[in-house]
Design a binder for this molecule. Structure first.
Ligand SMILES: NC(=O)c1ccc[n+]([C@@H]2O[C@H](COP(=O)([O-])OP(=O)(O)OC[C@H]3O[C@@H](n4cnc5c(N)ncnc54)[C@H](OP(=O)(O)O)[C@@H]3O)[C@@H](O)[C@H]2O)c1
Length: 301
């Protein structure tokens, strides 16, 4: 006598774990908006971080409509050059999203004249260096818990040939907009490499990218002849936003670079970057120094 078979149709496979959200800063315009759109078009849940909740909401809704992706959300921030705002942003991300598997630190700018924030920080350093450092630090545990996860820092080829004056990270002794911008991107690449070292073995990768020279809103915050020149040169020689977003999106999403970390990419290829960007002792010293500045900056506005 045969025993009745207990075999039925195989059970359905367990649902794939939620890969988590992709957070993109500076996503209301320029490259950031294009990066958020391209990532949303690949079906990922995206959080548009932008200055002002209304603008962030409008852009998120537009990206959702264009891509047909229902999971495009937004968080409004006032000003990422304020560490208190970065802390608020991180707290909101941590409260809302149990899994964060991609962070694109894209927000950044050049300031032709030296400006000091209400926290007493030089604005280029505060926005291009301190903000991505602090956001990555504050989300580090969530990224680890969401691994595999990636951090992509939008740096620039403008970092070449600059050197860091560790005694003057706030450029009090000397200020030139181009030099300070280039140095801020050198610092961002060094921090990228140091974060990669500290995340090693965790399944979290950290890379820096150069998007190319892109016709975006870059430089327009300065107004006047400077903004006009950047705009004209950008229109004549700049890449489209889509082409500029290509390398950041590649590094953020492509399976072929899933385990590559601590590198600097341009046109989808790893480049050595300036020799100063590979100085491991400088990277570690900068990490400590920026961390100390972050810890003493006012925690609330
Ligand atoms: N364009 C280029 O040729 C080029 C080349 C190399 C690297 N990059 C880098 O690419 C990144 C994106 O620049 P982009 O070319 O797209 O320039 P962009 O059009 O000026 O966009 C900059 C983005 O950053 C946001 N942002 C600026 N200051 C901010 C602040 N204080 N708080 C919060 N968000 C702020 C802007 O918000 P709003 O929408 O509110 O203005 C905007 O979304 C930057 O890190 C830049 O350094 C650009």
């Amino acid at each position: 006598m045969s025993t009745p078979s207990t075999e039925g149709p195989p059970p359905p496979p367990p649902p794939a774990p939620d890969p988590g959200v992709a957070v993109v800063t500076g996503a209301t315009s320029g490259l950031g908006r294009e990066i958020a759109l391209e990532i949303a078009a690949r079906g990922r849940a995206v959080v548009v971080v932008g200055r002002g909740a209304d603008r962030a909401e409008a852009v998120a809704k537009e990206i959702g409509r264009v891509t047909g992706n229902p999971r495009v959300e937004w968080i409004g921030v006032a000003d990422l050059s304020r560490p208190s705002e970065v802390r608020k942003l991180a707290a909101e991300i941590l409260a809302r999203y149990p899994r964060v598997s991609l962070l694109v630190n894209n927000a950044g700018a050049i300031f032709r004249r030296r400006e000091v924030t209400t926290d007493g920080l030089e604005r280029t350093f505060a926005l291009n260096v301190l903000a991505p450092f602090l956001l990555t630090e504050l989300l580090a545990d969530r990224l680890r818990a969401s691994a595999p996860a990636r951090v992509v820092n939008v740096a620039s080829a403008a970092h070449y040939r600059h050197r860091i004056n560790f005694a003057d990270l706030q450029s009090q002794q000397h200020y030139s907009g181009y030099a300070v911008y280039g140095t801020s991107k050198l610092e961002l690449i060094l921090l990228t490499r140091e974060f990669a070292r500290r995340f090693a073995g965790s399944g979290v990768t950290v890379n820096a990218v150069h998007p190319g020279f892109v016709a975006s809103g870059f430089g327009q915050n300065n107004g006047g002849g400077f903004a006009f020149t950047v705009r004209v040169v950008g229109r004549l020689f700049g890449r489209s936003l889509a082409r500029g977003a290509d390398t950041p999106v590649f590094v953020a999403t492509d399976p072929s670079v899933a385990t590559v970390t601590g590198e600097y990419f341009s046109d989808r290829v790893v480049h050595a970057g300036d020799p100063a960007s590979r100085d491991t002792r400088a990277a570690s010293a900068l990490f400590e120094q920026v961390g100390a500045i972050a810890s003493t900056a006012p925690a609330s506005a």
